[in-house]
Ligand binder design. Structure first.
Ligand code: ASP
Ligand code: MG
Length: 405
């Protein structure tokens, strides 16, 4: 069971979490619980690091931000004991959860579940601090990147060979799109690992992307459910599972969107071997992630190249390209930050033709201009003016029959 920040925001809510845990223990299960920090806590800790020094040491940053989860793990163990359940807290270094040394966004390498399983045999609930681990060689505390407790939970479930991993959050499942944008969004009963991975990567904020990868690789049946349900009578949530386990497959399952996009266009780039590498290698070396790339057919040996980066990287990317402009030999550069990416996802796309074409038609009827398009086996994305995001999301949601009755 994993509980996010809003679910452990104060002592009363932590008591409520303990009731959810007790229900599962009473049903005869052995339970490990992973907790996030109280909501807002990690932001506060991050801000303190920046305030102390803008160029803070990443290892000390991890020592600071890992503390939020230490508090909630201890408090939940106390709340469980208060209800008569034997429980103890486990910090990342105690389990241990071993990671690499990429401080601030470390990857889990292995989890030793032996101690936790020993505890199960004594009837103990394990309360594990999410988001944190240990780099064994240096003995330093690491953290997994924002939202990393989801990954802690799924990885731990895989390590102790759990029957399932329940991620409790402030919504009661995964929706066909953000219900704040489309009130007719539907909660899904089930979604395939691959679809969830695309949804999370393309902007749905319900789970950390990495956690879905881990769930997919280790085939951990993962439920997203609400901690605000009555602990005595919780809803089923959404099951993330193998695609074979989905009976009623739809062509499009969900619409995701992201406003954190920026577009850069290079005009009149020489169309010859090595140019794309010359543009994108320096960006990669600077750790800037490039997403959509469009290159038009060349005229007189020159071509236009358009691509997107995360809006947080926009200024850096622009400055970097400006600097190497003469080497690259393009004539001018343009950019926009007020763009958004809207994507439709569904494993049914593999076997249906014309899925994206219908969207292009529907968007044109609403006067939405498409700046760039990318497609893959189970998704397509369009880049549009940010002002049209909601309209585009609603249009596609209706088009593919996703609106709730
Ligand atoms: N507390 C961490 C964060 O806010 C990890 C998590 O909540 O998953 O990013
Ligand atoms: Mg989260």
């Amino acid at each position: 069971m994993k509980f996010g920040g809003t679910s452990v925001a104060n002592v009363e809510r932590i008591r409520n979490v303990a009731r959810h845990v007790k229900r599962e223990v009473d049903a005869g299960h052995q339970v490990a619980v992973v907790v996030s920090a109280m909501s807002g806590k990690t932001n506060e800790l991050v801000a303190w690091c920046k305030e102390t020094s803008p160029l803070y040491d990443q290892r000390e940053y991890d020592a600071v931000v890992a503390s939020g989860e230490q508090v909630t793990a201890g408090l939940l163990a106390i709340a469980l004991q208060e209800m008569g359940l034997p429980a103890r807290s486990w910090l990342g270094w105690q389990a241990p959860v071993l990671t690499n040394d990429t401080h601030g966004s470390a990857r889990i390498e292995s989890i030793d579940g032996a101690g936790i399983i020993e505890g199960f045999k004594r009837g103990e609930v394990a309360v594990v601090a999410g988001f944190q681990g240990l780099h064994k060689e240096t003995g330093r505390i690491t953290t997994l990147g924002r939202g990393g407790s989801d990954t802690s939970a799924v990885a731990l479930a895989a390590a102790v060979k759990a029957d399932r991993c329940d991620i409790y959050t402030d919504v009661d499942g995964v929706y066909s799109t953000d219900p704040r944008v489309v009130p007719k969004a539907r909660r899904m009963e089930r979604i395939a690992f691959e679809e969830m991975l695309e949804m999370a990567s393309l902007g749905a904020k319900v789970l950390q992307v990495r956690s879905v990868e881990v769930a997919m690789v280790h085939k951990v049946p993962t439920y997203v459910r609400s901690s605000f349900d009555d602990p005595a009578n919780p809803g089923a949530g959404t099951l993330i599972c193998n695609e074979e386990d989905i009976v009623e497959a739809q062509v499009v399952t969900g619409i995701a969107f992201s406003r954190d996009e920026a577009q850069i266009t290079l005009r009149r780039v020489a169309d010859k071997p090595g140019v794309a590498a010359a543009v994108f290698m320096p960006l990669a070396d600077a750790g800037i992630n490039v997403d959509m790339i469009v290159q038009v057919v060349s005229e007189d040996g020159n071509t236009d190249m358009t691509f997107t980066v995360g809006s947080a990287d926009y200024e850096r990317a622009f400055a970097l390209l400006e600097k190497i402009k003469d080497d690259l030999g393009f004539s001018s550069m343009a950019g926009a930050k007020d763009v958004a990416k809207v994507s439709a996802i569904g494993i049914g796309m593999r076997s249906h033709a014309g899925v994206a074409a219908r969207a292009f038609h529907a968007l044109s009827e609403k006067g939405v201009n498409i700046r760039a398009i990318t497609t893959s086996e189970i998704k397509f994305s369009v880049l549009i003016d940010e002002a049209y995001t909601e309209l585009a999301v609603r249009t596609l949601h209706t088009l593919y029959g996703l609106d709730a009755a």
